[in-house]
Design a protein. Structure first.
Length: 93
């Protein structure tokens, strides 16, 4: 087999855990060699791979969301609300 393709096969077998282990080894070497820039780069890459490099978004209104079924029940039970919503939809769209 051609060496060009052998490298690609090896890369596809790597898992996230493998990459994190390799980065941790690189980080430890950087610590031992007193190379703070290399240590920071390895740590930053680990954060990027695990998703800790971006803010975690939280939907603060998740409890206030109504299901379509609930909305349809609400429409069906309120004879005055239905014409208002139809009128609003016609005006908006």
């Amino acid at each position: 087999m051609n060496n060009k393709y052998r490298g690609k096969q090896t890369m596809t077998r790597l898992t996230l855990d493998d990459l994190l282990d390799q980065l941790e080894q690189a980080r430890q070497i950087a610590i031992d060699d007193r190379k703070p820039t290399a240590m920071i780069q390895a740590t930053a890459m680990m954060a990027k791979l695990t998703g800790y490099d971006r803010p975690q978004l939280k939907d603060v209104n998740a409890d206030q969301v109504q299901t379509i079924s609930d909305l349809m029940d609400e429409l069906a039970n309120d004879d005055q609300l239905l014409p208002q919503r139809i009128s609003h939809a016609q005006d908006e769209y």
